[in-house]
Design a protein around this ligand. Structure first.
Ligand code: ADP
Ligand code: MG
Length: 286
């Protein structure tokens, strides 16, 4: 076509926090959907053996023939694992329980922390598998602009692979008593990954999730986190919202299940703030 494909690499963000139930998967799904809704092309990589991102996006077991596990152990190319979701512009590399064994299986292979990074480096930027016919070329999808990697609730080899592959980390944080303690442990891991595996890893941002306005402790923790990390903390806060917790059982992002609920609106706002932040970063780098 006349439009030359963008030569920009996709921005690779890892959604991580070693604590479970803080909103990693919810953020990956709904931020991914919100970014796609405003015209970005997004690929979610589900690296959690639980596969909640895959299920929450309505990807059934039969659609997971090739999964993140196959990509990590090297038995498949990542573009062969990509599955489109019902959200236009949003694709996913699904996960299966096989990932539970990946840590052991990778223990003795070379570049075990770089498996995902190496796979992504070889992926065509639009995720389209292999050569396409002349007719198909007309419909070749645009390159991805964002990759969001959803991590398991631990700092294991899967999360390390995600951090090694990523440009930056996005941390969903629930405002509760031990939040700051968990956060400093996470930031120490980021520092270690930076020194030994991936010097370009940055902190993209902290997102306060499941925020409860009526809870004084939430407010206190939020202001502590802002005091500690300043501008890295997104102004947009995701409220606790029952529609968000209902959506996954329908295999839909909250933004599709009920785009008018407070939670969906917050994720749209978060996407806008993220795009703004990313543009500012690009301007400063230029
Ligand atoms: P993680 O991936 O960090 O383990 P999840 O995103 O799966 O966390 O969220 C944990 C649980 O909390 C899920 O049942 C999810 O539906 C629910 N949840 C997440 N965000 C919200 C929210 N803003 N309001 C209400 N429930 C939420
Ligand atoms: Mg999860």
């Amino acid at each position: 076509g006349l439009l030359a494909p963008s030569t920009d690499r996709p921005r690779i963000l890892v959604v991580a926090n070693q604590k479970g139930g803080v909103g990693k998967t919810t953020t990956a799904i709904n931020l991914g959907t919100a970014l796609a809704a405003v015209g970005e092309r997004v690929l979610i990589v589900d690296l959690d053996p639980q596969g909640n991102a895959s299920t929450g996006l309505g990807i059934g077991r039969h659609e997971r023939k090739v999964s993140a596990y196959d990509v990590l152990i090297g038995s498949a190319l990542i573009e062969d694992a990509v599955v489109p979701t019902k959200v236009p512009g949003l694709d996913i590399v699904p996960s299966t329980m096989d990932l539970l064994g990946a840590e052991l299986e990778l223990a003795s292979v070379p570049r075990r922390s770089h498996r995902l990074r190496d796979a992504l480096a070889r992926m065509p930027r639009n995720g389209k598998a292999r050569e396409t016919s002349e007719a198909e070329t007309q419909m070749t999808p645009r390159p991805y602009s964002y990759l969001l990697i959803d991590c398991p609730p631990s700092l294991n080899l899967l999360t390390i692979n995600a951090m090694t592959a990523a440009d930056a980390i996005l941390v969903p944080l629930q405002c509760e008593f031990f939040a700051l303690e968990g956060l400093s442990q996470l930031l120490r891991t980021v520092e270690r990954v930076k020194t030994s595996l991936n010097p370009r890893l940055e902190i993209q941002g902290i997102v306060l999730t499941m925020f409860d306005q009526r809870n004084k402790l939430s407010d206190q923790v939020a202001s502590d986190v802002r005091g500690y990390l300043g501008d890295k903390v997104y102004r947009t806060v995701i409220p606790r919202n029952v529609r968000i917790s209902e959506a996954p059982s329908y295999g839909k992002p909250a933004l599709v299940y009920d785009h008018r609920c407070a939670g969906s609106k917050a994720y749209m706002k978060l996407a806008a703030e993220m795009i703004q932040r990313e543009r500012a970063l690009k301007r400063n780098a230029a």
